[in-house]
Ligand binder design. Structure first.
Ligand code: MSP
Length: 535
């Protein structure tokens, strides 16, 4: 991603408690933001925003049910999201809440600009009113429901109301041209095709306000600046957050956003409505809109009625047993980043944990650290250089270069999982290299054959340096454990170093003669598949 980089997540409704779905999108953003900071070597060139969407009607109802004001209720739940994201070790630069003045004043500015240009106008909305649910159904939905409320069975009434509308239809052709000209504007590609398909049906202007009624709940939101009889529709208010936060001199370099991340449920708002609003405001469009799929649990869709959400409490129980890095790893490498849903399955979690972490990077780093400790007193001797195993098809330095290139390529399409797995590919090759070179056997011959000692040093150096490169590529997913490894091996990335230079085998940041490589603590203890899931 080009510098400066601006990565956003949806802002989450505060009437719900945070769960794995919210933590996943923000976690994906966290991993991409960490990669981006590493890539440029300058953390101030990356901005990562998450937050909460607070002006929904549901907030008013839930607050009342809990004997609180909407703002008190929003405060409480926004704090729960912030706490959850802190516990997951996320490094967002900002947490926006739509009830904050900094956001509200900007929204008013944008709406005023759209009123002035005529892109927001007063019109009339006609629909089928479901009085029992206080919502409109479109003609098609009403017809399908037999003109009775699908929820309560009471008759629907045809009703009209004055509303402010956004001239979405005016921007249809420009949007289509933009999507055509920018093949990676909407990703994954299958989602892009869905959007293009729906666009063929044509775009109608959309209401951007709701009437204020006698019900005090209808005042919860931002009032239209020109007309206190209307408030801005919550979705319009919410979409503006991406711009409102960085629309000030210190942060303006971050617009346009590099990527808006979300799940497929809200792609239309981000890929169609938001870009058209930006065109109307004469602002550049985000470079990318990325919609992932859903988490399900043990093969079943998560829902309130089933009560089977992977809640923040379940996530904490996993983190307590396996470590937060292990949970991050599972989410990032097994998550629904593409077009298929992903399963949060305990058996799979343990399998991946053991394969990639305990028996993967953990075991490999500890084997190599132990041998350097045992045979060389924990210090790489003079003259060490890369050793290529007889019978191997490629050197470990070539494997590191290929993996680093794979990481970069995966990052081009926001594929954090693939970017991380490139690090594990190095670990697997180091394991094979150890099998081919058998340093523990070689160590037994050094007394009789002094040249074996030099070869042993070269072999262990080669392994350690490859693991160091792997640790750099793995660090955005496993920040705590890789920092632990770096401290045992004295190879923490220098401030200002770039991902490219850190990931280069035997480069300026590499291990060398004199580097102290100590055993360190075990990074990941093997998990017992027979142990029941933490709850
Ligand atoms: N407030 C709106 C978004 C406004 S953005 C300008 C909203 N909020 S939400 O709380 O419902 O969050 C929806 C988002 O949460 C999804 O797009 C996705 O990022 C995340 N997830 C919620 N459930 C999820 C899964 N089961 N799986 C993966 N992510 C999901 O919509």
């Amino acid at each position: 991603m080009a510098s400066p980089t601006y990565i956003t997540t949806p802002i989450y409704y505060v009437n719900d408690r945070p769960h794995i779905g919210h933590c996943y999108t923000t976690g994906l953003a966290d991993c991409l933001a960490r990669f981006s900071r590493l890539a440029s070597g300058d953390p101030s060139q990356t901005y990562f925003l998450t937050g909460t969407d607070e002006h929904a009607d549901k907030v008013v109802t839930s607050a009342a049910a809990h004997g609180m004001t909407p703002l008190q209720w929003a405060d409480r739940n926004a704090a729960a999201f912030e706490e959850a994201f802190r516990a997951c070790n996320y490094t967002h630069d900002d947490f926006v809440r739509t009830t904050q003045d900094r956001h509200k004043t900007k929204v008013i500015e944008y709406i005023n600009a759209l009123l002035a240009s005529g892109d927001v106008y007063l019109g009339e909305y006609t629909g089928w009113w479901d009085a029992s649910q206080e919502e409109y159904l479109t003609e098609t939905m009403a017809k399908e429901a037999g003109f009775i409320s699908p929820v309560t069975g009471k008759p629907l009434v045809k009703r009209s109301e004055k509303n402010y509308f956004f001239r979405l239809s005016k921007y249809q052709a420009r949007l289509k041209a933009h999507i055509d000209a920018h093949p990676t504007f909407i990703l994954p590609e299958a989602r892009r095709n869905e959007v293009l398909g729906r666009l063929r049906d044509g775009l109608e202007d959309i209401p951007v306000s709701r009437a204020v009624t006698d019900d005090p709940a209808s005042r919860w939101g931002i009032l239209m600046p020109n007309d206190p009889g209307h408030r801005i529709y919550v979705w319009i208010d919410a979409l503006f957050n991406y711009l409102s936060v960085v629309d000030r001199p210190e942060l303006s370099r971050f617009w346009p956003a590099s990527v808006h991340l979300m799940a497929k449920d809200i792609l239309w708002f981000h890929a169609v409505i938001w870009p058209c609003m930006l065109m109307a405001l004469n602002r550049p469009l985000p470079r990318r809109v990325y919609a992932h799929s859903y988490w399900v649990r043990e093969g079943v869709k998560m829902s309130k009625s089933l009560g089977n959400f992977v809640t923040i409490e379940v996530m904490q129980a996993y983190a307590a047993r396996y470590g937060m890095d292990a949970l991050r790893w599972y989410l990032l490498t097994q998550g629904p980043s593409g077009t298929t849903d992903a399963d949060f399955s305990h058996a799979r979690f343990v399998e991946v944990f053991n394969a990639d972490l305990a028996n993967g990077i953990g075991n490999c780093a500890s084997r190599v650290g132990n041998m350097i400790d045992k045979y060389f007193g924990g210090v790489l001797p003079e003259g060490v250089r890369e050793h290529v195993a007889e019978g191997s098809t490629r050197s470990l330095s070539a494997c590191c270069a290929a993996s680093a290139a794979n990481t970069m390529k995966a990052l081009d399409t926001c594929d954090a999982g693939e970017a991380l797995l490139a690090g594990i590919a190095i670990v697997r090759e180091v394991d094979q290299y150890i099998n081919l070179t058998s340093p523990f056997k070689l160590a037994k011959t050094v007394d009789a054959d002094p040249s074996a000692k030099t070869r042993l040093a070269d072999i262990l150096y080669t392994c350690a340096e490859a693991i160091r490169v792997a640790s750099v590529l793995l660090s955005p997913g496993l920040p705590t454990k890789m920092a632990q490894l770096w401290s045992a091996w004295g190879c923490a990335p220098a401030a200002g170093a770039t991902l490219e230079s850190l990931a280069s085998f035997a480069g300026v940041h590499g291990l060398r003669a004199g580097s102290r490589v100590t055993k360190g603590e075990i990074l990941f203890m093997r998990a017992d598949p027979a142990e029941p899931a933490p709850a």
